[in-house]
Design a binder for this molecule. Structure first.
Ligand code: PPS
Length: 347
């Protein structure tokens, strides 16, 4: 299969897909793209061209990240800076995934979704309200992204090469990166608690999946490189999770300049507090209590934490063995340092 982006897709087959299905009990079919080695659930093929041809507006802000780099945090920061600087907009009660939709999320949840699954999803009521004439089977999140009120804030984990080629000339993009060691620990936890992944393998095996580009979304190095090469474009702003943690006020102030939101010191200070890990965790867990054993592995959540796990930089030190650290250090040298990226590994 060939996509509008020029990539070829082929379904993983034989021992490769069998291994994935054994370690990730939630996986069915996966598609690998060439060039790039991007890896997705096969439902990506239904949405690939629609996402590539998505009509962006000049007021859009696209938040682009590799998974687990601080996307949710940045979605709340940017939506709040642009729509709720005084923290008095009642729309803040709408789930973040509706206020700042995840454009390709349908590939993660679609597959064999039934009418009943759709009806049970808390996002569906918002879809039915904002997209009354649309068919949810054509993509709930894709169409929420399209119909979102301006100014739209859109989340993606896709790299530049799979999005509109005119993206950066049309709207602003905020790219958030995080050191690969904390990304691995966070991605492992995510893959264990969410049944759609259902990871049952070991930590060491997960590290191997990461360095082999065999996790969903594929190679973090190439993802980052595509952004790094565009870093001088005036519409691209690159941020690091570690800098946001170390001094959120400074990081938000710089973001304010990029976005042109012109917030006061008090507004920024209030947003720092409102988007702190503790406050987002409390609000997030109230909205989505995470007690649904249908989608989450509740036992692991009780033991290791929910989606809002630790929110720290440097937790990898509690998980990595010297062998896995050496393996990832080498991967970082070859895939990140080689083109100039240097991360902070603790703050
Ligand atoms: S996802 O699923 O890919 O969109 O995940 P993403 O949001 O990118 O990353 C999740 C990690 O970010 C942490 N997090 C936060 N850190 C600091 N402050 C705030 N407000 C915040 N909100 C979420 C979240 O806990 C995940 O990191 P870990 O290390 O697993 O705790």
């Amino acid at each position: 299969m060939k996509f509008a982006s020029g990539h070829e897709g082929s379904l993983l087959a034989g021992a490769e897909i069998e291994k994935q299905r054994k370690d990730f009990e939630g996986y069915k079919d996966l598609v690998r793209l060439t060039p790039g080695r991007w890896l997705f659930p096969s439902a990506y093929t239904q949405y690939a061209d629609k996402i590539y041809n998505f009509e962006h507006k000049s007021s859009d802000v696209v938040i682009m990240t590799y998974p687990k780099c601080g996307t949710t945090w940045t979605q709340e920061i940017i939506w709040t800076m642009r729509n709720n600087p005084d923290l008095n907009n009642p729309k803040d009660q709408i789930p973040l995934m509706v206020r700042a939709p995840f454009i390709e999320a349908d590939m993660l949840v679609s597959g064999e979704q039934t009418e009943e699954d759709f009806a049970k999803n808390p996002v569906s009521q918002f879809f039915l309200k904002t997209c009354p004439d649309k068919n949810w089977r054509d993509g709930v999140y894709l169409q929420l992204s399209e119909t979102s009120e301006e100014p739209r804030t859109i989340k993606t984990h896709l790299p530049f090469s799979l999005l509109s080629p005119s993206l950066l000339d049309t709207c602003k993009v905020v790219y958030v990166a995080r050191n690969p060691k904390d990304v691995i620990v966070s991605y492992l936890h995510h893959s264990r608690i969410i049944k759609m992944h259902g990871y049952v393998g070991t930590f060491e095996d997960f590290v191997q999946y990461f360095v082999d580009d065999d996790l969903l979304y594929g190679p973090y190095g190439s993802h980052m490189k595509e952004a790094w090469e565009r870093r001088d474009h005036p519409n691209l702003y690159m941020m690091f999770y570690e800098d946001m943690k170390a001094d959120p006020y400074k990081a938000f102030k710089q973001l304010d300049v990029f976005l042109g939101t012109e917030l006061t010191e008090t507004q920024l200070q209030n947003i720092v507090k409102y988007t702190s890990f503790g406050e987002m965790k409390t609000r997030g867990e109230k909205q989505f209590p995470g007690d649904s054993s249908e989608h989450f592995n509740v036992d692991i959540m009780k033991k290791d934490g929910g989606f809002f796990r630790k929110g720290q930089s440097g937790d990898w030190k509690n998980k990595f063995t010297p062998e896995s650290e050496a393996k990832v250090d080498e991967w970082i040298r070859e895939n990140m340092t080689s083109f100039g990226v240097n991360f902070k590994y603790s703050i």
